[in-house]
Write a protein that binds this ligand. Structure first.
Ligand SMILES: *[C@@H]1O[C@H](CO)[C@@H](O)[C@H](O)[C@H]1NC(C)=O
Ligand SMILES: *[C@@H]1O[C@H](CO)[C@@H](O)[C@H](O)[C@H]1NC(C)=O
Ligand SMILES: *[C@@H]1O[C@H](CO)[C@@H](O)[C@H](O)[C@H]1NC(C)=O
Length: 576
């Protein structure tokens, strides 16, 4: 295998070794084993995540011992009531290990609110700023004393969570959360969250998907370096950067050592990255769903299916037609083949991280490392241009390295290189506008859809997600062309209108919105739509800050349905 040789070569070149680390997720309660299997398959709880979020009332050994007894007594088929009783004895209800936390740096009137002209939007931004107080969490000291009694990964500093069923932190969500927090002038909250992530890299060699042991086998879109840039740019805290630059480098090593691949195109080979989780078994927090899905495929294909599901979760897009394309039945989740794709967004994020590392090292006076990362970025740029860019369509596309072809479907992630500044020719910014027009994306009034396929998965049509709006809006806004910038603003206005309208009706912010249903909360996927919601709030604040002098809360006539128009005409006729 070519790429394994390449990895050996990298190891030989002296990258920081990760050999000393234990295999991720060994818990016989929260990650594997008969107890997990029995409880999840008996479906004691509607949402599988509930059980793995409950902490123990005794040591894992005691709990496992007692479970073995119970299983023996019942000849391995424990009745539901007995299992229920067992769980009630040895597990605590969810939510006991975390306490609410009001950030100490929260203050009543952050400056940016004054920049918002529309009074209703200004008032709303003030309310979004209030929500940070509901999303703040802090670990109880018990987690530190008895870490094996809970699935939570201990974090020293308090943090902001997405909300709803997501009461722990999540990796890529936190980037948009931090952007909002900095507008709210909550610098020390951001620093604490960054410190938590850096600590995770030191302990595990990478950042897990979220703050639970059952998330340790996989990461999420790598935005740590960008988070550091955001923080350092805001605070000018160079000594924090200096102290942690090596840790940032270790995180990127994880993506190099564990997630890269050599692909050939036009007779040349290139190294690019993919989402890839080389571990089988059902995801503990979606255990019964993964088991049931596995029952629809051949026995010999189950471990691969589970590993591909985990890779899908690592991409942040769990789940999407994006990872099903080219499969045996691309409408079925069992067709998932995440690791066969070289994703545009992942490589664009890493390209940006390499550029930032180069800048960081320059500032710190380490020219050798600055040059190393500058070269890595140029190599990746060349690889992305050769493998992912499509001149005719004017966009980048995920590359299916198994079938050796691009996936030409529409996803906002296809424009991520604009957002990360990972291109050499600025004309790509205006080509992107044509690309959006060619796919009729600008006709959607409530937000940019995640794809044009309705599979029932949550990262597909008709759902719209905050981070994907941002990728496109801030990408286009980099153009020098007034028209492209105007479109960026319009897309921001659409998204703010959707968020504001739903907030006015439901007094809540959501993780995703349905653009075919007047922007109501989205649906589909594995669980009910969640309120909160960290990254949605972060992006709303960011857009309100950026376009505060232009955005309006009012609904425009153009976005009213024909029905309303008729009524309006009728009323104006009657009034005459
Ligand atoms: C226990 O289960 C096995 C098979 O699952 C069965 O052969 C055996 O008879 C059972 N024993 C009792 C005591 O029920
Ligand atoms: C850095 O911060 C300044 C204001 O402090 C802002 O104008 C600029 O856009 C920021 N740069 C980045 C890359 O975020
Ligand atoms: C990354 O790869 C190394 C070396 O193969 C391995 O020891 C480590 O467990 C891997 N990390 C993860 C999170 O899979």
């Amino acid at each position: 295998m070519m790429w394994e040789l390449y990895l050996l070569l990298l190891l030989g070149l002296g990258l920081r070794s990760q050999e000393a680390l234990p295999p991720p997720c060994e818990s016989q309660i929260y990650c594997h084993g008969e107890l997990l299997h029995q409880v999840q398959m008996t479906k004691l709880y509607q949402d599988d995540k509930q059980f793995v979020d409950m902490s123990l009332t005794a040591s894992p050994d005691e709990v496992l011992q007692s479970f073995r007894q119970l299983a023996m007594t019942h000849n391995n088929s424990i009745p539901r009531e007995e299992l229920q009783k067992f769980v009630q004895t040895y597990f605590q209800p969810v939510g006991q290990e975390l306490q609410s936390w009001i950030p100490e740096d929260w203050k009543e009137r952050p400056q940016f609110l004054q920049k918002i002209s529309d009074a209703k939007l200004r008032d709303w931004a003030g309310q979004l700023h209030q929500i940070w107080k509901n999303l703040g969490k802090k670990m109880k000291p018990e987690i530190f004393k008895n870490p094996e009694r809970s699935s939570l990964i201990y974090s020293e500093h308090p943090f902001i969570v997405p909300g709803g069923r997501f009461v722990e932190f999540y990796y890529w969500d936190s980037y948009w959360v931090m952007e909002g927090l900095l507008l709210s002038e909550m610098t020390s909250t951001v620093k604490g969250m960054l410190q938590n992530f850096l600590d995770l890299v030191k302990t595990y060699g990478h950042i897990p998907n979220g703050g639970r042991v059952y998330y340790l086998q996989r990461s999420q879109p790598p935005l740590l370096t960008l988070m550091m840039d955001l923080y350092v740019n805001y605070t000018k805290d160079i000594s924090f950067l200096q102290e942690n630059i090596e840790t940032l480098a270790s995180e990127l090593d994880f993506w190099t050592m564990n997630r890269s691949l050599s692909v050939s195109s036009g007779g040349k080979s290139y190294i690019l990255n993919r989402y890839y989780v080389p571990y089988g078994g059902p995801r503990p927090e979606s255990y019964s769903k993964d088991e049931e899905l596995a029952n629809t495929v051949l026995e010999g294909d189950r471990e691969t299916l589970w590993s591909e599901l985990k890779a899908g979760a690592e991409s942040g897009w769990d789940f999407s037609s994006r990872w099903l394309v080219g499969g045996t039945n691309p409408d079925l989740l069992s067709s998932i083949r995440t690791s066969k794709m070289i994703p545009v967004d992942l490589n664009a994020f890493l390209c940006q991280a390499e550029e930032l590392m180069s800048n960081f090292y320059s500032r710190l006076g380490n020219d050798a490392e600055a040059t190393k990362y500058r070269n890595l970025r140029s190599q990746r740029l060349a690889a992305m241009e050769a493998v992912l860019w499509d001149e005719q369509k004017g966009a980048w596309f995920d590359y299916d390295w198994e079938k050796e072809k691009k996936n030409l479907e529409f996803y906002p992630s296809n424009l991520t290189p604009l957002w990360t500044g990972c291109f050499s020719d600025p004309s790509v910014l205006d080509k992107a506008l044509n690309y959006l027009e060619d796919n009729n994306i600008l006709t959607y009034q409530y937000g940019i859809p995640t794809s044009l396929h309705n599979t029932g998965q949550q990262w597909d049509f008709p759902n719209a997600w905050a981070p994907l709006q941002d990728l496109v809006i801030r990408g286009l806004a980099k153009s020098a062309s007034p028209r492209t910038q105007e479109v960026a603003f319009q897309l921001a206005q659409n998204w703010i209108r959707t968020n504001f309208k739903v907030y006015s009706q439901k007094s809540a912010m959501y993780e995703k919105y349905d653009i075919t249903n007047g922007g109501q909360p989205g649906g589909g996927g594995e669980y009910e739509v969640q309120e909160g919601f960290g990254w949605t709030n972060g992006l709303a604040l960011t857009l309100l800050d950026r376009y505060g002098d232009q955005l309006t809360s009012g609904t425009q006539l153009a976005s009213l349905g024909p029905h309303c128009l008729l009524v309006a005409l009728l009323i104006s006729f009657l009034l005459q």
